[in-house]
Design a protein around this ligand. Sequence first.
Ligand SMILES: [Zn+2]
Length: 314
Amino acid sequence: MLPLLNAIECPRCNTPAVFLWSNGRDALCERCYRAQARQIPSNPPYGVILAPTRTPDGTWLSGARIRFPELRQYIDECLGNEKPRYEERLLTKDAKSLEHLIGILESLVPPELVAGASQDDPERVRAQIVEIQNRSVRRLRRDFENSRRGDYIVRALRHLGPVRRVQWRILAPHGHTRGDVVRYCQGRTRQRPRRFEAERLTAIYDFAKPDELYEGVDSFEGYLVFVYKRVNKAVMECGEVGNAIFVVNADRWQFLSHLSKMELLTWYSDEIRSYTHVGCWENASSEALRYAGLMRNDEMIQSDRVRAITKTAP
Ligand SMILES: [Zn+2]
């Protein structure tokens, strides 16, 4: 596992930060910098410094040699592409900071080499690394542009405010039990007796008890969202036959579920895993739980049907 970038405290407000904004003389965390930048323009201009240190004469500098993989991982986390390893407050969603960070990352890619080296030449190996790193910079730039558009959508949605209908409510506000899931399923089954497979929902609950449990309303009626904070995943499952099971990051599901299908397909398709229930639903459910990091490869959803098969097997 890659080591994390070191955090230090903001010299002004003492909040821990992975990077600071600095003009050499002064260094501030993102929030302090944003507050100050509105009032005082700076010359020399501020830029991002990583793992900041201070020389004896008081000049702020980027600290210990920053390596490409660690910085790449940090930026990916800020963009919500990876399982969180940093504390939430150490990540940034600020477009200006991200732009600078990606710029620093790009500067860490060694210059391209002259082509023509032989297959096992170390120079050739190095050239391949350069190519891989350049590719990841391009991918991050793309993600960053997408996330910026995402911010735009969030702002637009916020602007719409109360017009937008609530699509989720918490199933049991004071803590949930298996009984809540069963009662929920009974209610649904009464409405659609033949089309609702209650066991799909209870089996997930039995296998991995979620931290939070939501039920869908409006267009998400029939769906339950099992939120697992420990793995930062949300599993969205519907008991109605014909629907797929979805897995998204837990800190993104509320946001993503408010977007239209079109928006999701255009900008966020790589944030959503869907598993279609073909044949026996236990397979797709198990696959989804494995992807969420909740189930080992040798495990399987324990439905009545699977239990019956296991029993009769020699
Ligand atoms: Zn600060």
